[in-house]
Design a protein around this ligand. Structure first.
Ligand SMILES: O=C(O)CCC(=O)C(=O)O
Ligand SMILES: [Fe+2]
Length: 288
């Protein structure tokens, strides 16, 4: 049965705190997921309801030659996707799991994996942390909801995590989403004495998983005969702000939001710009 009013209990919150991820029961309806899928098909066909404030990306980015492609900011371009992102259920769960009283949108991304074929032999997503891409953020409590658009069993490249790795000290620079050699990345951490505990999270359509921004995660190739679509909604807490910091190789950390958000009085990107990063949940209002 679908439980759209689901409330996490203290054990769920403690599980998220200890493991860095959490899997819901069936909480999304067929109608919600059908509308979302239809919106993604419209996007693939080149349709948009609105344009981004600036054109910052091509229609698809990623490793198209390996069968992995991403589309960003679909909520800002398609009304039905924004309607889905604004449903209170998922931001409410993000608030409960992270302990943040206010949840704002930070970014969203569709990851589309074609089935394995001769040309698309390695459609893995490299082990990475989302935090590595968010070094321009003050917050380390940010988190992601990952929503499969179809039943996603262990052969289809479901989300995979390194259990408990959000508590490790040395994962903040792991911007290796595009690095398909999963075994080498694992070997690097095993050599440091880390206990890499890979957990696959097979999911039914209607399930949602959440992961902490410091949790190492990725996914193996899609060995089914159908595309694997996963929609990630990335959340920031109300206190999050832009900060100047090093992003890797001495360059300053930059996020695409820096090109899209309005600037504050100091000229820094304002991650609370309601056009780009709307408030999705406030515990004090119970709903926005
Ligand atoms: O869809 C995937 O395989 C990766 C998703 C991901 O990196 C994320 O949701 O943060
Ligand atoms: Fe990620």
């Amino acid at each position: 049965m679908i439980d759209s009013d689901f409330e996490p209990n203290p054990e769920d919150v403690a599980f998220f705190g200890a493991h860095g991820w959490w899997l819901s029961g069936l909480i999304l309806t067929d109608a919600e997921l059908d509308d979302l899928r239809y919106a993604f098909e419209r996007y693939a066909a080149g349709e948009r309801d609105r344009q981004l404030p600036r054109s910052v990306l091509p229609q698809w980015s990623g490793a198209l030659e390996r069968g992995v492609r991403q589309a960003d900011y679909l909520s800002l371009q398609l009304d039905d996707v924004m309607e889905f992102v604004r449903l209170p259920l998922l931001p409410r769960l993000a608030s409960a799991l992270s302990g943040a009283e206010e949840i704002r949108l930070f970014h969203d991304q569709l990851v589309w994996k074609d089935p394995v074929s001769l040309t698309h032999a390695n459609s893995s997503v490299g082990w990475h942390t989302d935090r590595a891409y968010w070094r321009s953020c003050t917050s380390v409590r940010m988190l992601t909801a990952w929503i499969p658009l179809q039943d996603t069993d262990e052969h289809m490249g479901p989300l995979a995590v390194w259990d408990g790795s959000h508590l490790w000290p040395d994962i903040d620079d792991l911007h290796t989403f595009d690095e398909p050699d999963l075994a080498s990345l694992e070997a690097r951490f095993r050599a440091l004495g880390r206990d890499v505990d890979v957990r696959l999270i097979p999911m039914k359509r209607g399930h949602v998983s959440f992961h902490h921004c410091r949790l190492v995660h990725g996914s193996y190739p899609n060995r089914s005969d159908r595309p694997r679509l996963g929609f990630a909604i990335h959340y920031q807490d109300g206190a999050n702000q832009h900060i100047r910091s090093k992003g890797g190789a001495d360059a300053e950390a930059v996020h695409l939001n820096d090109m899209l958000c309005r600037t504050n009085a100091d000229g820094a990107p304002d991650y609370s710009d309601p056009e780009v990063c709307p408030v999705l949940w406030r515990t004090t209002d119970r709903q926005c």
